[in-house]
Write a protein that binds this ligand. Structure first.
Ligand SMILES: [Zn+2]
Ligand SMILES: [Zn+2]
Ligand SMILES: [Zn+2]
Length: 473
């Protein structure tokens, strides 16, 4: 009699739980039977403990407030080396992702364990021998990567609505010849130095933009001019198929603010691509990041791919993009500073590879050295961190083995009037590699002015311009 009562009660409770009227028990759910309350239409995030327990799921819509206990224990607890919190507690409604690093190479085992915890395999990628998997749970997104040479698994747990990059966008049609422009940056009006911006043109006449320079009329106009002057005649407005922002420094993203203000009605943007940490790095702040994503979101109809993880590959018209490194890869190495949060990616277009490094420094360099030369090898290298200091290391450059170095640096410090390019190029230890490398046939400095490369480009002429005459010395 008593056992029948228990059975009836258990059945009654399970019906209530099913209807969402009571919460399932938080303690010790078996990994095989995760307590999943499906709440469709909500964009969920999770609180994960440093020990790898997904403790709570909550809706990221502050008006909604839906939240409940979960208790999913991530696999391979015994091999967990540590974790890195990608966001500030105050921004947990925007981003609450965490990276876990394991002393394990059992990629397939981890994927299969996550399936047992209710995750669905969405995409897999490879880069050399390295393997990557994107998985979805109703409450979170999982990105698993195995860097064979490092011998570690890296697992990123983020929001449920992280977008997987498109496998194909644009029409992949048209006959516009592939081009690459290095923009000259208006350092004078910015009263600073630095800055970088690049534009690529795809076969359908649309563009990829990488950063853009400062929040000045001059830098926004320089972008707009290239777009308008080179668009196909039958296109009413220039189309930016993809705009990448490497990191949250104003000499890179500033132009997007001004461009948005000055030219929103005159161009179309299909998508933005980035991956920013929502935490402080001395010179990088979560609110800044939120503002920047807000500017991107203000472009109606533009998709925002805000979590590009290394290993992801996708095609934009006739350009193939491979994500080489994100800030999530740096831990447990040290970040030099906010520059080590740069998104590093490679674009293959017109039979050549162009490697964009943003301002990547030692932290990202020390991670990328684990990648195969076959992956990193590129015809063009955007020289990291303007060649100022702490840029990447020789064991990275050697694998990139570029014929052309694109150097986003002014000849003069426009504030003090001092020359800054010559002694950095000639004397800085960090630049010894680029000075001496036999593979480098051409170095093009962005202060030389707007430069257009028809792809494929074969370097010819002087290795580097006569910069001493240009700096007035
Ligand atoms: Zn909700
Ligand atoms: Zn910079
Ligand atoms: Zn920077």
């Amino acid at each position: 009699m008593r056992s029948l009562f228990k059975k009836i009660m258990a059945f009654f409770m399970s019906v209530l739980a099913f209807l969402g009227l009571i919460q399932p028990p938080a303690t010790e759910p078996s990994p095989e039977e995760p307590a999943v309350q499906i709440i469709s239409g909500h964009n969920m995030s999770v609180d994960v403990s440093a020990k790898g327990v997904i403790e709570r799921a909550y809706c990221t819509d502050e008006q909604c407030g839906e939240s409940f206990e979960v208790g999913i224990i991530l696999p391979m607890k015994n091999t967990l080396r540590g974790s890195f919190d990608c966001s500030d507690e105050n921004y947990r409604m925007v981003d609450n992702s965490t990276v876990f690093v394991y002393n394990s190479t059992d990629f397939d085992g981890y994927v299969s364990e996550m399936k047992n915890r209710g995750c669905e395999l969405v995409r897999t990628y490879s880069m050399g021998d390295n393997r990557y998997a994107l998985m979805k749970h109703p409450y979170f997104t999982v990105y698993i990567s195995l860097l064979c040479a490092e011998g570690q698994l890296r697992v990123n747990i983020g929001r449920s609505d992280e977008l997987a990059p498109p496998q194909m966008t644009g029409t992949n049609s048209g006959e516009t010849p592939p081009k690459l422009w290095q923009l000259s940056i208006a350092n004078v009006s910015a009263k600073q130095h630095g800055g970088m911006g690049y534009i690529l043109q795809l076969s359908d006449g649309s563009y990829i933009i990488v950063d853009g320079g400062y929040d000045t009329d001059a830098d926004a106009e320089a972008i707009f001019d290239v777009l308008v002057q080179n668009k196909p005649l039958d296109c009413e407005k220039p189309v930016i198929a993809a705009w990448f922002i490497t990191h949250q420094h104003a000499d890179h993203y500033g132009a997007l603010y001004r461009f948005t203000r000055n030219y929103k009605d005159a161009v179309e943007v299909n998508a933005f691509f980035c991956n920013f940490p929502y935490r402080d790095f001395d010179d990088i702040h979560p609110q800044n990041c939120r503002n920047l994503e807000g500017v991107m979101a203000s472009w109606t109809g533009a998709a925002l791919y805000r979590k590009l993880h290394s290993g992801m590959r996708f095609r934009i018209c006739n350009a193939d993009v491979t994500v080489i490194c994100s800030f999530e890869d740096v831990y447990p190495f040290d970040f030099s500073d906010g520059n080590d949060t740069s998104l590093v990616f490679q674009v293959s277009l017109g039979g050549q590879r162009i490697l964009f490094t943003g301002d990547a420094e030692y932290g990202e360099s020390d991670r990328m050295k684990y990648l195969d030369a076959s992956v990193l090898q590129s015809d063009f290298l955007q020289y990291p961190h303007h060649g100022y200091d702490k840029q990447c290391k020789e064991n990275f450059y050697e694998k990139v083995n570029p014929a052309v170095v694109l150097w986003p640096m002014p000849f003069l410090n426009h504030v003090t009037g001092e020359t800054i390019f010559d002694w950095r190029y000639e004397a800085r230890a960090e630049n010894a590699w680029v000075r001496n490398a036999a593979c480098v046939k051409k170095i093009v400095v962005n202060d030389e002015g707007l430069t257009c490369f028809d792809l494929p480009y074969m370097p010819e002429g002087e290795r580097i311009c006569d910069y001493s005459s240009l700096t007035g010395n």
